[in-house]
Write a protein that binds this ligand. Structure first.
Ligand code: HT7
Ligand code: ZN
Length: 880
């Protein structure tokens, strides 16, 4: 397969101004008629007549006409993935193409396909070329009209983008609708839905008085699970007006939820298509995390209306232009709707868990990649989550007002255009001429892959009353980037005095003390910052709020960390200090175990964690996070060679010690937070549940009899899914005799609810039990499982591949299981196969025996006949 390079970008020879599509949906074969109004691109004037080269895949070409003249097959050239039409004579032309496609046979869920008998589309990134021949690239923006015709009884609802402008009946029980979208858009935002669907409806009045009809379409029977998504949509519309001054631009906004979807959701203009996982929720079927996920994803897709749709990407290398920005916007929104520090901690946990891991492995790539084989492989944590961190750094460097000025200029300059991350940076820079930032250096965040490591130490001079902070940054080589330059790293920081109060910060050479918190700019490989007038030795609090996506290795003592856990005014850093200390303790135990020494949990650490419990009443959500230990996979990232069993054993030992030592306090906190009143997803109610369940987890880890009784009781009697599923997960992870009965009872109760059964699959896949591989293999034949449904695959196969112990079983059985699934999926759904195969990417981080077993499986996949581009790219990089 051939790589595509950013450096080869050239504007299209032809622009397409109008697209008139007609769909004749029929069982077995759908006819698509596409009439394109094309115009020579003035940007390529002077190059002489250029042919019109269109992309197309997996379809039958029936006719081609130019300016109403039918061409013969001698007139055009058809390649395996293209159609070349000789240069039309004039400046403009009309091209009409008729194709036949088979949505029923489309298992890749890209283009037009069927889900539960309904038609739907997924065109990002390059799915439109599976519907009709087209210049399938985001810098070709056109106005669309769409006519959809289908059998009325089976497909009473026929939807597309924009406004419904006409509808009627045809012969043979068929009907049709016509849609007109007045906003020019790239073809990846095209959407069509046809099926038997019901909807809930609401309205939103924009700040300029436009009445927008809001509808959420679902399969019959799910109407009672759409309320939270609708509330989230209205909150998002209001928030975007208030926070960004951005208003909705049509009279209608539709969402359709489908059960078969490769990703979370898709921002098609005025017709968002969602995975049911991010729409359907009722207190008894969905967890707090599900409710928060729905709020965030509904917001994210809505926010794309401006950041992605009105201003879109010039090419797919610019994907983070819309995704990084939109993730940052949805993070800001969720922070405003819920607890800001808790949201920040959760976002950083995810960044570390998945993005730092990516940055440290063979698939590491810059936020703006230089090349790709398959663009679907670049919807990554780096493009999304690290991209969002880049946006957050603009915000940190410019302040809220400066950031907003930059955003306003970006829209003033680029509304209706397809642009680049450089255009975005230029808007930020030009809107803030007084801010002294080296923007060329800042640009390295888009260009250089890898996570910078910042090391450092502080020196207090008691005589001079100065404190000198020295920081050094390094960035390790990543594939294709052996040499790196220093980054511009914003370090939000404070100095915490011995009384626990933040000290005024005055750098040498400054007149008056500045505030007690400031942002230092680390721009050199090594830099020192000397603060004056520091009365006594402080403890520095660095990267407050996680002000840059770096790994900090600061010379803190255990005492410093315990002090920050208790005193830092920055909630993120209070949590961070606890995590750093916990990681240090657990990895120390792992080393003891490896050296044949007894593992003894330091009581000082157990006591420090108990303090978080004492403060549980003040902020329950934060207490739950402060109580949680770093995950096994994150701890693995901190080791040179990942000690799978050692990490598991040491972490379990620490959990048990905490559970035993603080038994009474845990039981008390559990009981204090047991009653959350009538169901609500308020931050307070969620906080109480998460605190209660964190306590329960420790009691279970200690094998406490009362804890086990409470857990069983919670599983059997709780009304909400958060409590039921947490209890079931703890039971499934235990050796309790009730384990099998509980799992069976749950499946029996929920067998009719696909999304709930996904939880059941993933709990079993993630359990650290010796029988997990066998059980997961057996579950492939469970009636509720289907390898064709991405949610099921993510739950069972994805759940298993994130199991830190069983996936990495020393005998290689976990690796063999995954390879079999990847090979099976490769033929059905390459995007999902490729997501699954990524679990192998860090195979070189494990011991020799595991490396050998993983390599065998990667090579077996590599030799699979008809390997998709998607899987090939990841496997080839992993084996390089
Ligand atoms: N922009 C959307 C990306 C997406 C997608 C990409 C590739 C294949 C399938 C897909 N479904 C959705 C989602 C988003 O980030 O908002
Ligand atoms: Zn997005």
């Amino acid at each position: 397969p051939r790589a595509i390079h950013l450096r080869d970008y050239a504007p299209p020879a032809w622009l397409i101004d109008t697209v008139d599509l007609a769909f004749d949906l029929r069982e077995g074969a759908t006819l698509v008629t596409s009439r394109l109004g094309i115009r020579r691109n003035p940007a390529r004037a002077g190059e002489g007549p250029q042919p019109l080269v269109l992309d197309g895949q997996d379809m039958e070409l029936l006719t081609v006409a130019v300016d109403n003249r039918l061409l013969t097959s001698d007139d055009y050239a058809q390649g395996p993935e293209s159609l070349t039409i000789p240069a039309p004579a004039g400046e403009t032309a009309t091209v009409e193409i008729v194709t036949r496609i088979k949505p029923e046979e489309n298992t890749a869920l890209e283009g037009l396909y069927k889900s539960s008998g309904n038609y739907c589309t997924q065109c990002e990134a390059e799915g439109f070329r599976k519907i009709t021949y087209f210049q399938d690239r985001p810098d070709v923006m056109a106005k669309y009209t769409v006519r959809i015709e289908a059998e009325r009884a089976k497909y009473p609802v026929l939807l597309s983008n924009g406004n419904l402008v006409d509808q009627g009946e045809s012969a043979d029980g068929r009907h049709w609708t016509r849609w007109d979208d007045p906003w020019p858009k790239p073809c990846y935002l095209f959407a069509l839905v046809a099926g038997k669907l019901v909807h809930i409806e609401d309205h939103f009045t924009t700040r300029s008085g436009r009445d927008v009809t809001l509808r959420i379409y679902v399969e019959p029977g799910n109407e009672d699970k759409c309320g939270h998504a609708m509330e989230s949509l209205k909150k998002s519309m209001k928030w975007d007006e208030d926070a960004y001054g951005l208003e909705y631009d049509l009279d209608i906004f539709n969402i359709v939820a489908v059960g078969d979807f490769n990703m979370g959701a898709m921002e098609n203009k005025s017709l968002n298509v969602f995975n049911t996982k991010y729409i359907l929720a009722r207190p008894d079927t969905a967890t707090d995390m599900d409710f928060l996920g729905i709020e965030a994803v509904v917001a994210h897709e809505y926010f794309h209306n401006w950041t992605g749709n009105r201003v879109t990407c010039r090419d797919w290398f610019q994907l983070s232009l819309k995704e990084g920005l939109t993730v940052f916007r949805d993070q800001q929104f969720s922070a405003d709707m819920n607890s800001a520090p808790v949201k920040r901690i959760q976002d950083v946990q995810r960044l570390r868990q998945v993005q730092f891991a990516e940055d440290a492995g063979p698939t590491a790539h810059p936020v703006r990649p230089e090349s790709y084989i398959e663009i679907n492989n670049f919807y990554t944590p780096t493009v999304y989550e690290k991209g969002a961190e880049v946006l957050r750094m603009y915000h940190t460097l410019l302040g809220a007002a400066g950031y907003r000025k930059g955003i306003d200029l970006y829209f003033a300059r680029h509304d209706g255009q397809a642009v680049t991350t450089d255009d975005f940076l230029a808007a930020m820079r030009d809107a803030n001429p007084d801010v002294s930032v080296d923007w060329e250096q800042f640009r390295r965040w888009y260009a250089q892959a890898g996570t910078p490591v910042v090391e450092g130490e502080g020196r207090y001079d008691a005589d001079a009353k100065t404190y000198t902070l020295t920081l050094r940054q390094t960035l390790a080589p990543t594939p294709g980037q052996p040499e790196k330059l220093p980054m511009l790293v914003p370090v939000a920081m404070g100095l915490v005095g011995q009384d626990g109060q933040d000290l005024p910060l005055r750098l040498a050479g400054e007149d008056a003390p500045a505030a007690t918190e400031r942002v230092l700019l680390l721009t050199e490989a090594e830099q020192s910052f000397t603060f004056t007038g520091v009365a006594s030795k402080p403890v520095p609090s660095l990267f407050r709020g996680f002000s840059a996506p770096v790994k900090l290795r600061f010379a803190y003592t255990d005492g410093d960390l315990t002090f920050l856990m208790a005193n830092d005014s920055d909630a993120f850093n209070r949590w961070e200090a606890g995590q750093t200390l916990a990681a240090k303790i657990i990895l120390g135990l792992v080393a003891d175990r490896a050296a044949g020494r007894d593992m003894v949990v330091p009581q000082g650490f157990v006591a420090a964690l108990g303090k978080a419990l004492d403060r549980a009443g003040e902020d329950t959500s934060f207490a739950a996070l402060a109580l949680s230990l770093p995950t096994e996979s994150y701890l693995g990232q901190l080791m040179e060679v990942i000690d799978v069993d050692g990490i598991h054993a040491a972490r379990d030992l620490v959990k048990a010690a905490i559970g035993r030592t603080h038994r009474n306090a845990l039981l008390k906190a559990y009981r204090d937070n047991a009653d959350t009143g009538p169901f609500s997803v308020s931050p307070e109610a969620i906080g109480k549940r998460s605190c209660k369940n964190a306590c329960l987890a420790y009691l279970m880890a200690a094998g406490d009899e009362e804890g086990r009784r409470l857990c069983l009781e919670q599983f059997r009697t709780a009304a909400g899914m958060t409590d039921v599923i947490t209890a079931l997960m703890l039971i499934a992870d235990s050796d309790m005799p009730e384990r099998e009965d509980c799992l069976a009872a749950f499946a029996d109760k929920w067998k009719g609810e696909a999304l709930v059964m996904d939880k059941w699959f993933s709990i079993q896949a993630m359990a650290s039990h010796p029988d997990t591989v066998k059980r997961v293999t057996a579950l492939l034949s469970h009636p509720s499982f289907s390898i064709r449904n991405p949610n099921k695959v993510y739950a069972l196969v994805g759940g298993f591949s994130s199991n830190p112990v069983c996936f990495h079983a020393a005998d290689g059985s976990g690796y063999a299981f995954l390879a079999d699934r990847v090979i099976e999926l490769n033929a059905l759904n390459p995007q999902v196969a490729s997501r699954m195969v990524k679990a192998f990417a860090r195979w070189r981080k494990y011991d020799g025996e595991r490396q050998a077993a993983a390599k065998v499986e990667l090579e077996r996949i590599a030799h699979t006949p008809n390997l998709s581009r998607d899987v090939y790219e990841i496997v080839a990089r992993s084996l390089e």
